[in-house]
Design a protein around this ligand. Structure first.
Ligand code: C5P
Ligand code: MG
Length: 297
């Protein structure tokens, strides 16, 4: 007996083969995907975090930089300031990924981290003209499969919102230098404000940190209003705070949430399985999101 498999069954068997892929509720994931496929790619939008979601967490056993790290480690920053920024990272990153603390406990500490780091950066008189070099010299790396991810979404005119608590100017430079900053990409992030002579004087607007992406989304109603016919969402993140990135989406019908679990895997696995539909454990590629968008388009 050789039963004919439907295209959906073939696709689903394929993604289930990924050894790094975990799901709490396989039936629910199937339901969401089938419903999204039925609705068609004209109803799809993608919302993704940037650092450690579109970029790699590790490469050759070494940690890869976040947007902040790219700038902090560049020659735009004095060695004394580098030391202070490193101390902040050593103090606050363990808090960010601590599974024994609640969001309420972490939130004020995260605000403190971002605020202190931005203050230090503003005092460095960073020049706008130096950002491209900082990115070029850095070890920033998009996840394997990024080319297909960005190009395919653009070819199918599927909007990609990159929603990042990192630094917008740096993030844009990373995707510009890798030639994937296509017209379907919109970025919500922390942007630098430069004076007339091109020197950093502040950060613009409301601070976005990892636990206020809901507020960030609600400040951008115009964007979500434009996309109101795109009622199906593929969300990619690496932090539990990223789950709120879609809170501004209007008339949402389905959402498939894919989460990268990069660090403190054992401690955080259950909470990730409880909140993301698909969890990718220590996967440095975009293979699963790519398989999903290939199937949906
Ligand atoms: O793009 P995304 O929202 O992931 O950016 C936030 C990340 O930036 C956090 O996960 C945090 O670890 C990192 N960060 C940093 N240095 C700071 C503040 C945040 O590397 N000063
Ligand atoms: Mg992230």
């Amino acid at each position: 007996e050789n039963p004919q498999l439907t295209p959906f069954e073939i696709f689903f068997k394929e993604i289930e083969k990924f050894s790094k892929l975990h799901m709490k509720d396989r039936d629910r994931v199937q339901e969401i995907l089938q419903s999204m496929q039925k609705a068609g790619s004209k109803t799809l939008q993608v919302i993704s975090d940037f650092d450690m979601t579109l970029t790699r967490f590790e490469y050759n056993g070494k940690r890869c930089p976040t947007c902040h790290n790219i700038l902090e480690r560049s020659d735009a920053i004095s060695s004394d300031c580098k030391k202070k920024l490193q101390e902040l990272l050593d103090k606050y990153y363990p808090i960010e990924i601590d599974s024994t603390l609640s969001v309420e406990e972490k939130l004020p500490l995260m605000v403190e981290w971002w605020t202190k780091a931005h203050e230090l950066l503003v005092n460095q008189k960073i020049k706008k003209a130096g950002l491209a070099k900082a990115v070029k010299d850095s070890e920033a790396k998009l996840r394997d499969g990024y080319q297909y991810f960005f190009d395919h979404l653009n070819e199918h005119s599927i909007p990609l919102l990159i929603f990042s608590a990192g630094i917008g100017d740096i993030l844009e430079e990373v995707i510009r230098q890798t030639e994937v900053f296509h017209p379907n990409v919109k970025v919500i992030s922390n942007y630098m404000d430069f004076d007339e002579s091109g020197v950093l004087k502040a950060f613009k607007g409301e601070l976005i940190h990892i636990y206020n992406k809901k507020e960030g989304a609600l400040l951008n109603t115009g964007h979500f209003q434009e996309l109101r016919t795109r009622t199906n969402v593929l969300l990619l993140g690496d932090s539990l705070g990223d789950l709120n990135m879609a809170d501004g989406v209007q008339d949402m019908e389905n959402i498939l949430k894919i989460g990268f679990l990069n660090d403190k895997v054992e401690e955080r696995k259950q909470s990730y399985l409880d909140s993301y539909d698909i969890v990718l454990i220590k996967d440095e590629t975009l293979d699963v999101p790519n398989a999903v968008i290939r199937f949906l388009t």
